[in-house]
Design a protein around this ligand. Structure first.
Ligand SMILES: *[C@@H]1O[C@H](CO)[C@@H](O)[C@H](O)[C@H]1NC(C)=O
Ligand SMILES: *[C@@H]1O[C@H](CO)[C@@H](O)[C@H](O)[C@H]1NC(C)=O
Ligand SMILES: *[C@@H]1O[C@H](CO)[C@@H](O)[C@H](O)[C@H]1NC(C)=O
Length: 368
């Protein structure tokens, strides 16, 4: 009797595998903020952090806003393309289904989100890291129901994971006096609090089968246009840059510690701080004309928080480091992606590990 039950389970699992035609493609799951968001916040109707209006997305696909907080591709888009991974659709993309997830992965990134739950509270709606993990748990349940535990374990263990958060924990929390964390902590204790939280989150992910994970560090966030307007000289906020460097150092150590502690975990850290800093110091050497102001800006009324239809665009978008007050341009993202690929030693993913390549039904529009 027991045997029959077991055989039925096996048979069902095999059959559902055949029906769904999975071949355990390698896909990626992305946890992040506006630097990686590709449409989640545009579907959070109460969120104040959205890239829903022109001229966001002007250099991507049809040129209409697609949820990315830049003119073109995000860093994750570019890295995925270069190493041969499909672009995962946003979790809130209406076309998301088991088949789409198995072929492309999922992007949980949300503008305004941070490592801490309380970060970005002023944006009202956003997925913080814990919320993104909760959504990932739901995705796992769905996939387990669809292809069975054994195949699902393999699928999730072979997948690649990106975690790219942290700037909002500073810009939209610790450095803003309206948030309690700004007066509860000092620089050291705040970074300690972030590391404790991130360590817990990445341990939870390991328990869910995550093995190959990359954490992206912070850039010189004291030099984003929004920070520069805080000083009369328009220079970078050195205190903010120091925080980014401390965060990067602590995160690198955390990844070493977790990789040593968690069985089979390959948790890596990479940052592009120096590359961006080099562009800021010497823009023309790297093919940029401007490294201190946004390409999309609303004249002298700054900081206009986002790029809006009434904004004026710079003449050549590929020559600007910054697209808006917070976010790098497509060209800058490409340089950041190249540096991360180099630092993290990404290898091209070989998808021909099954007998039949599964059709990709990526709902994300491709750029040109
Ligand atoms: C953070 O938010 C999640 C829900 O997204 C909740 O389950 C968790 O308890 C919260 N953690 C803390 C430390 O507040
Ligand atoms: C670690 O990898 C080995 C070899 O692939 C495997 O037998 C073992 O179950 C894995 N352990 C965990 C916790 O994933
Ligand atoms: C990918 O893997 C297949 C099967 O293992 C192998 O035949 C093929 O040469 C590999 N391709 C590359 C580019 O490594």
């Amino acid at each position: 009797m027991k045997l029959t039950v077991a055989m039925t389970v096996v048979l069902t699992t095999v059959l559902s595998g055949l029906i769904h035609g999975y071949d355990c493609k390698i896909v990626q799951f992305i946890f992040g903020d506006s630097l990686s968001d590709n449409g989640n916040n545009n579907r959070l109707t109460k969120s104040f952090a959205q890239a829903a209006l022109p001229w966001y997305g002007i250099d991507y696909g049809s040129g209409m806003p697609n949820g990315r907080f830049t003119n073109g591709r995000t860093v994750s888009d570019i890295i995925g393309d270069k190493i041969g991974l499909p672009r995962p659709p946003a979790f809130l993309d209406p076309s998301l289904s088991e088949d789409v997830i198995l072929a492309n992965g999922v992007n949980f990134a949300s503008g305004g989100g941070g490592i801490l739950n309380e970060t970005g509270g002023l944006f009202i709606q956003r997925f913080s890291m814990y919320k993104q993990i909760e959504l990932f748990r739901g995705v796992q349940t769905l996939i387990r129901g669809s292809i069975g535990d054994k195949e699902a374990d393999k699928f999730f263990q072979e997948a690649k994971y990106v975690v790219a958060l942290g700037s909002n924990d500073f810009i939209n929390n610790y450095l803003m006096p309206v948030y309690a964390d700004s007066w509860t902590y000092n620089d050291d204790t705040f970074i300690g609090y972030l590391m404790e939280t991130l360590g817990e989150q990445l341990t939870v992910l390991h328990g869910m089968g995550v093995r190959e994970l990359m954490v992206f560090g912070l850039g010189p966030m004291g030099c984003i246009p929004l920070q520069r307007v805080l000083s009369t000289s328009g220079g970078c906020q050195e205190k903010t840059n120091t925080l980014a460097l401390s965060f990067n150092k602590a995160t690198a150590k955390l990844m070493d510690d977790l990789s040593a502690k968690l069985p089979n975990a390959s948790y890596k850290f990479g940052d592009a701080y120096d590359v961006v800093n080099n562009i800021i110091t010497n823009p023309s050497k790297y093919g940029f004309d401007n490294a201190d102001s946004p390409c999309c800006s609303f004249g002298r009324i700054r900081p206009a928080l986002t790029c809006i239809p009434a904004s004026r665009l710079c003449k050549d978008r590929s020559k600007y480091l910054f697209w808006d007050e917070y976010h790098p341009s497509d060209h800058a993202n490409e340089m950041i992606a190249d540096e991360l690929i180099r630092k993290l030693g990404f290898k091209t993913v070989n998808q021909t590990n099954g007998d039949s390549p599964s059709p990709t039904s990526a709902p994300a529009p491709s750029d040109d």
